[in-house]
Design a protein around this ligand. Structure first.
Ligand code: MGD
Ligand code: MGD
Ligand code: SF4
Ligand code: MO
Length: 779
């Protein structure tokens, strides 16, 4: 896309630099430094007493669930010293800020002006304090009342030719209560167009686990970490993205667990971690967390896993029964013979070459784990965002099945979820491909016929808006423009809509690249008190290990004009749906127990919901894989045969992964440092191997432009600073969302349709060098 369309505002971050500082990598994760950083973020946004209450009640049973990641809290106790990490504190600081955006702010800043700020500056402006409306052709948002806002959405939705011209996106911070009502509303309105952030996140895990084990969720509990022999951490950076996982890993290691990290980067935290909840930790005295680091090439995990599995089978042949769990394989599994045959045809040297790991190191690993009977595999975005992600995750399952490492304590699958309630939203039915049982339950219990045709996921939704097949975009949370791939294509898609609506807490770039008309609807956040009909309400969330817990905000909202998400969905439904919609929207939001009662009626596993969620720490949902049953098509746990299909790069090409810095939450930029990687005060950077730099005649901090030429189009992200880094050859790393402009909309994972944001083929050129002519043939 060489020519940009005429935007009212810029969908990309400005191509300007701050004053970068490179320092030695901060080798010890957490520790006293983390405590200091947490405090400074809080105090930048609020006064001491508000900050104190906010932190004191974070992740406590009488408080609110961290709006950061989905890592679980301990089942049996909560530390009075604080059950949170540095990045949890930053998430709270960001949300609980007392800076507010009122109509005068929007009157004095046009869309164009706001878009010239970078995402950090946009996000730091404050909480949106009242509903705002952007009329057709206008460059400034104006205030409007809640009633008028609902009327505008209703007028547009009622005017559509079919309900399938509307899209209802969800970001994974939405509570169970709001999510259940939202899907009920969308289906009562008549569509399954419910894309969610999960489509860009762990969708590949859900598909892979569903096919091989019969359940799309992970199987382990936190306590399994303390009773296992080996933990694999593949494609995940817990020191930044799930920091309290490090405490669990440290405890596991103390118990003698062997920890293996598979990652192109030597991520801090996996190498050294100081627990800030201990005195030695506060002083920064760290423990080495991973016992072995395998610096795999980007997308080299499948050949690595196949090499490991092949060697395990070979070791077992030498001493039958000492390595594999034959009993489990025979009784519980399907497809072992075909799988073993497939591996026997694979060549070890080829596999090692493909994954970039020395064969000797793979032998060493296999020797170390061959007698282990209890293995946990953890993974995140480094595995889910590639073309062959579903197959790679099934290969992880193959490893567990060989060892009988599922359905017993101390063993199993652990896809570590991102957003704090992304797993719960899916449980509640936020799914574009709804299960038959859900539709049947809704029909039976609510007396309407929900639509059966599958709806759009994220990528389909963008394509549909671009084609003009969808005309209203409604986002319950999130930052659709910046989180999704192919930024300019997506910007065009959103601009073609008649109306775009964002239910939000903070300003973001999606509010600036709009449909012909636009609304921002500001809501209470997790940390805010939620009072309905004079009674304090709580909501519930599901963490990464399937625990349902309550979350009750404790802070005074920064504005009287904020409403809760459950109230918003109910009032929206009342404005949009015919009067003969028999659902009790007017009463649902007055008492959230009534919402939980209907969830219990419609979603399995929620028996006595209102009672059990009030118990200490909540309750676990049933989990078939945890219990050792596998409701798949074969009624067994399935071994899967996959080919290793690595991406063939041309000589001048590099494979780019788009990752998170230590100072961001997806598209929310908390700060400008990535201190564990030694990068400060800059985000427009590209981490490169020294050899790749030399081949291109590049030096440290040279300015380069990044190109992608897929589908016969030219995509370019201009002005990035080169940083020499310990990353395998032909692999590079950049931060998202800045480089989402390079991720082709059509480049998606097979079966899960997840954008391949961890394998983007790019070329790197010195800034200012003449651009390459457009390639004609599509790839
Ligand atoms: N502070 C903070 N916490 C967060 C988030 C945040 O942005 N900030 N985001 C939340 C969300 S929504 C999510 S989904 C999670 C994301 O958590 P992560 O998945 O940890 O996030 P990424 O930064 O995308 O990191 C991916 C990791 O995979 C590695 N990697 C990339 N490609 C490959 C590959 O091909 N193979 C292997 N083995 N490794 C690879 C990268 O080097 C990096 O260490 O975190 C959640 N928690
Ligand atoms: N290139 C690349 N792209 C990626 C990824 C990647 O690794 N690489 N990761 C993908 C992943 S894993 C994910 S999960 C998606 C994330 O996609 P999204 O979930 O769409 O994005 P976020 O940045 O988490 O959304 C932040 C916005 O949510 C709003 N918000 C925050 N809290 C609340 C709340 O309590 N209520 C409401 N209503 N709004 C709130 C704020 O306005 C904030 O600006 O991005 C994906 N995009
Ligand atoms: S680990 Fe995740 S959920 Fe826990 S405090 Fe940190 S950011 Fe919040
Ligand atoms: Mo995510």
């Amino acid at each position: 896309m060489s020519k940009k369309p005429p935007y009212k505002a810029d969908p990309e971050n400005p191509e300007t630099f701050r004053d970068i500082k490179i320092s030695p990598v901060d080798k010890t994760a957490a520790g006293g430094k983390a405590v200091a950083v947490s405090v400074s973020h809080i105090l930048e946004e609020m006064n001491v007493s508000r900050g104190f209450i906010a932190l004191q009640k974070l992740n406590q049973v009488d408080g609110y669930d961290c709006p950061g990641c989905a890592w679980p809290d301990p089942d049996d106790h909560r530390s009075s010293l604080g059950e949170y990490c540095e990045n949890g504190a930053k998430a709270v600081a960001e949300e609980a800020t007392t800076k507010t955006l009122r109509p005068d702010f929007f009157a004095s800043h046009s869309l164009e002006e706001m878009s010239s700020w970078d995402d950090y500056d946009i996000g730091k402006k404050g909480r949106i304090a009242q509903p705002m409306y952007l009329p057709k052709g206008a460059m400034h948002y104006q205030p409007l009342s809640w009633d008028d806002a609902f009327l505008k959405v209703a007028t547009h939705l009622k005017a559509l030719t079919t309900p399938d011209e509307a899209i209802f996106y969800t970001s994974g911070r939405t509570s169970n209560e709001a999510a259940f009502l939202y899907q009920l509303f969308a289906r009562a309105y008549g569509t399954n167009n419910m894309p969610d952030c999960s489509n860009m996140c762990h969708e590949s895990s859900g598909v892979a686990l569903g096919e091989s084990l019969g359940i799309g969720k992970g199987s382990v509990k936190l306590e399994d970490f303390y009773n296992t022999e080996v933990i694999f951490i593949l494609g995940q950076n817990p020191g930044t993205n799930h920091p309290r996982m490090l405490s669990a890993l440290k405890k596991a290691q103390k118990n003698g667990t062997y920890i293996v990290s598979v990652n192109p980067l030597p991520e801090t935290g996996l190498s050294e971690f100081a627990d800030p909840q201990t005195v030695s930790g506060m002083l920064g005295i760290g423990a080495t967390i991973s016992n072995m680091h395998l610096p795999v090439k980007i997308n080299g995990d499948m050949p690595l896993l196949q090499a490991i599995n092949k060697l395990l089978i070979a070791e077992d042949k030498k001493n039958p029964g000492a390595v594999l769990d034959h009993d489990f394989i025979e009784k519980e599994c399907h497809g072992y013979k075909e799988y073993a045959k497939h591996l026997s045809n694979q060549n070890l040297e080829d596999l090692a070459k493909e994954c970039g790991i020395e064969l000797a190191q793979i032998y060493e690993l296999v020797d170390r784990i061959k007698h282990s009977k209890k293995i946990i595999t953890c993974w995140a975005m480094g595995l889910t965002q590639h073309k062959n992600s579903v197959d790679t995750i099934k290969e992880i399952v193959n490893l567990l099945l060989l060892k009988g490492s599922i359905g017993k304590p101390g063993a199993g699958t652990c896809p570590v979820r991102g957003h704090s309630n992304v797993q719960g939203d899916r449980t509640m039915g936020i799914y574009e491909k709804p299960w038959d049982w859900l539709l049947e339950n809704l029909e039976k219990n609510f007396n309407f016929t929900p639509p059966k045709e599958y709806g759009y996921d994220v990528v389909d939704a963008i394509e549909a808006m671009h084609k003009g097949d969808a005309k209203v975009f409604f986002g319950l949370g999130g930052n659709f423009l910046s989180a999704t791939p192919d930024t300019h294509f997506t910007a065009e898609a959103l601009q073609k809509c008649d109306l775009t609506v964002h239910v939000s807490t903070k300003l973001n770039r999606s509010h600036l690249i709009t449909g012909k008309e636009a609304l921002i609807l500001p809501v209470l956040g997790r940390s805010d008190k939620d009072i309905q009909a004079g009674e304090a309400q709580f909501v519930t969330c599901e963490n990464s290990m399937g625990v349902i817990q309550k979350s009750q905000g404790v802070l005074d909202p920064i504005s009287d004009d904020l409403i809760s998400e459950p109230e918003l969905v109910c009032r929206l439904a009342m404005a949009v749906l015919d009067e003969n919609s028999k659902l009790p929207w007017h009463s649902f939001y007055k008492n959230y127990d009534t919402i939980r009662d209907v969830i219990e009626q419609n979603i399995p596993g929620f028996k006595d919901y209102n009672k059990r969620v009030r118990d200490f720490g909540g309750f676990y949902l049933p989990n078939s894989a945890r219990e050792g049953t596998f409701p798949t098509e074969t009624s067994k746990a399935n071994f899967t045969v996959s080919e290793t299909t690595s991406i063939q790069l041309k000589e001048n090409e590099l494979l780019m992964m788009t990752i998170r810095s230590h100072d961001q939450y997806n598209t929310t930029i908390y700060g400008l440092n990535d201190r564990y990687r030694g990068i400060r005060n800059e985000r427009r950077v590209i981490l490169m191997n020294i050899k790749d730099m030399q081949e291109r005649n590049l030096n440290q901090l040279d300015v380069v432009d990044l190109y992608n030429f897929s589908d016969g189009k030219e995509r370019v992200a201009k002005k990035f600073l080169v940083i020499e880094y310990a990353i395998p050859e032909q692999c590079v790393a950049t931060y998202f969302p800045e480089t989402n402009v390079l991720v082709p909309i059509k480049s998606v994972a097979k079966k899960s349709n997840t954008p391949t944001s961890k394998s983007v083929v790019i070329e790197v050129k010195k800034h200012g060098v003449k651009e390459k002519p457009l390639e004609k043939e599509p790839i």
